[in-house]
Design a protein around this ligand. Structure first.
Ligand SMILES: Cc1cc2nc3c(=O)[nH]c(=O)nc-3n(C[C@H](O)[C@H](O)[C@H](O)COP(=O)(O)OP(=O)(O)OC[C@H]3O[C@@H](n4cnc5c(N)ncnc54)[C@H](O)[C@@H]3O)c2cc1C
Length: 389
């Protein structure tokens, strides 16, 4: 698609084409693009035609215009985990993100990742110390707003700082285009299922009778590596089946994702980041002797820069694997999720009648499903020690 030659392309951008990264807003030299939120809760750029001078800077940084990367020669696949048990347990898969971040911070570098804001929206922040790492550790299954980071990252890179940015592949693409990917920028993208909006997440949390201050979708305390919900308020901690939370059910069943997620050009083995991180769910099929209870990461090394970073990690267990094995359990390396037929109707009802309405009518699994989940969790608890090391 040769959109870059059409400077006014933002005006014709369809919703399913916009990833919501807001690189365009930050690139605009005339302040003519603002951020708007649609009735589904997703953010989009809006152009003020009176201010726009059709310079085309917005198109130059848009991930959509980016031809998806080509397959990197010599792409390598590994399974790995952090040797720091607490870090591994606090992370979604094997804690490799935290190990890379720790190495970067030890070299006076800066790390950018997704954190919960005070209002429980999700935004990318910069951290400069290891003490701040817990804020950005762990998967938040919500679209993170990276718009505040573009200019700061560019300034940090210009000042010669080593910068490590992690995010979804579309976000990594946007940051690389915005900064021209200099040598002192390291990126890792995540294999990504897709994201619902921060607004819907906040609507869900507002249904609790206490203010939720933190939430983990991947708590490992009850049954180890997998999905389990832990919600924390000032004086209470809830643990619940993820599917029993309507917000998570909508995410899991692909009912409430951003329109571009069903259309994602980054759901492929050709990756944007120097490194790709994922859950290596089926690792025991090809490597049956390893214990997986505390979580195992898949690492795809995509570039020479990525190779150097992994070589420099000295506190991880890492073994070579293969793309063929990895692909068996990771559909999102092959194609985006399919859009369910009911998705648009559900989102229309969300716009018109609110979250409680769709939660009650569309986002509650049948009772048997929850009971089955609970039974499976009980069984998993019984056999966990076998896979726990
Ligand atoms: C929205 C989303 C969907 C995902 N879908 C899949 C999938 O389908 N299959 C799969 O194998 N893995 C998926 N992952 C990746 C997986 O959950 C782990 O993040 C990954 O394996 C790295 O784990 P870790 O233990 O190394 O690090 P962790 O500490 O668990 O997290 C790694 C990084 O994720 C970043 N991050 C967290 N939430 C967000 C967010 N909302 N937006 C952008 N960046 C974020 C953090 O900044 C941190 O840098 C997804 C992650 C996210 C955020």
């Amino acid at each position: 698609m040769n959109i870059s030659s059409t400077p006014s392309f933002l005006n014709t951008l369809k919703k399913e084409e916009c990833y919501g990264c807001m690189a365009c807003v930050n690139a605009c030299g005339t302040d003519s693009i603002s951020i708007t939120r649609d009735s589904e809760g997703f953010i989009y750029p809006a152009v003020d035609k009176n201010k726009c001078i059709l310079c085309g800077k917005c198109a130059k940084v848009c991930p959509l215009v980016n031809e998806p990367p080509e397959l990197q020669e010599g792409q390598e696949v590994y399974y790995a985990w952090s040797n720091n048990t607490q870090n591994r347990l606090d992370s979604s898969s094997g804690g490799i993100f935290s190990e890379i971040a720790t190495t970067v911070l030890s070299n006076n570098g800066l790390v950018y990742g997704a954190a919960y804001a005070n209002d429980m929206s999700v935004v990318h922040i910069k951290i400069t110390t290891k003490e701040e790492l817990p804020k950005i550790r762990g998967s938040k299954y919500i679209q993170s707003d990276i718009s505040p980071t573009f200019k700061t990252i560019k300034a940090d890179l210009k000042a010669g700082k080593l910068v490590y940015f992690t995010g979804t592949p579309c976000q990594v693409s946007a940051i690389k285009k915005f900064t021209n990917n200099p040598d002192n920028l390291i990126t890792s993208d995540l294999v990504c299922h897709g994201v619902p909006s921060s607004k819907m997440f906040q609507d869900q949390l507002s249904l609790f009778d206490q203010k939720i201050n933190n939430i983990s979708f991947r708590d490992k305390k009850r049954t180890g590596w997998g999905y389990d919900l832990r919600l924390v308020s000032d004086n209470k901690t809830w643990r619940m089946e993820p599917l029993a939370l309507p917000y998570f059910y909508g995410f899991w069943k692909n009912l409430t994702l951003r329109p571009s997620c069903y259309n994602c050009q980054f759901a492929t083995i050709n990756r944007e980041g120097d490194i790709t991180l994922a859950d290596y769910w089926l690792v025991r099929k090809s490597h049956p002797s390893i214990k997986t209870g505390k979580g195992v990461s898949a690492i795809i090394v995509n570039t020479d820069k990525g190779c150097k970073i992994i070589e420099d990690l000295n506190n991880i267990t890492v073994e070579k694997s293969s793309m063929v094995n990895l692909l068996k359990g990771l559909g999102r390396l092959k194609s985006p999720v399919k859009k369910p037929q009911s998705r648009d109707l559900i989102m229309l009802e969300y716009s018109q009648k609110g979250f409680s309405y769709i939660a009650k009518n569309y986002l509650m699994p049948p009772r048997q499903v929850i009971l089955k989940e609970k039974a499976l969790r009980g069984l998993k608890q019984l056999i966990l020690f076998k896979y726990w090391k």
